[in-house]
Design a protein around this ligand. Structure first.
Ligand code: FES
Length: 173
């Protein structure tokens, strides 16, 4: 004798129930999450949750406000913020996007960090108060001009204004 095992759905279909009735029946016997449609998924697709970017615009807890990239550089750094308070010390430096900012013997300097030779990131040298590319050894003065090749073109220099009794600096094109 042949035995046939019916699934729950097949069994109910044989009882003559419609698919809608089947779904209702199924939902009664299971948790509600099994009955939610895909469109009820709480995770939206195509949208990105808002996040705070360390160097984004308008955020105060990062120590930076303003525009840090693009063609209209104009931002302020809070030197009391833990991210930047080291800059008050002679010889310290940091990077914000494509800009290197250094305290060169008490004077704040902001230059493009991208070596004009082949694009490596330059470093500040506190001993000589200048900038050096670790890749092929190009050196740059604090005004961005080349002091040692192979780089032939000056680094872009930004204006730096000290504000708020020395507690912030504003960097502009
Ligand atoms: S990339 Fe800087 S010296 Fe070559």
């Amino acid at each position: 004798m042949e035995t046939t095992q019916l699934s729950r759905g097949q069994f109910l279909k044989q009882l003559g129930l419609s698919s809608a009735a089947l779904m209702s029946f199924y939902c009664l016997g299971t948790t509600m999450t099994a009955c939610t449609s895909k469109s009820d998924d709480p995770t939206p697709t195509g949208t990105t949750p808002s996040t705070t970017t360390p160097s984004g615009n308008g955020s105060t807890d990062t120590g930076i406000t303003g525009t840090t990239k693009g063609s209209s550089i104009d931002f302020t750094i809070d030197l009391t913020n833990t991210n930047f308070k080291k800059l008050k010390t002679d010889g310290e430096y940091t990077y914000v996007e494509d800009i290197i900012i250094a305290n060169a013997k008490g004077v704040y300097v902001a230059l493009s960090k991208i070596c004009t030779h082949q694009g490596s990131t330059i470093d500040y040298r506190s001993g000589t108060a200048d900038f050096k590319c670790p890749n092929h050894g190009s050196e740059f003065k604090t005004d961005g001009t080349v002091q040692k090749d192979p780089a032939a073109k000056a680094l872009k220099a930004y204006k730096v204004e000290v504000l708020n009794n020395g507690n912030s600096i504003k960097i502009t094109e």
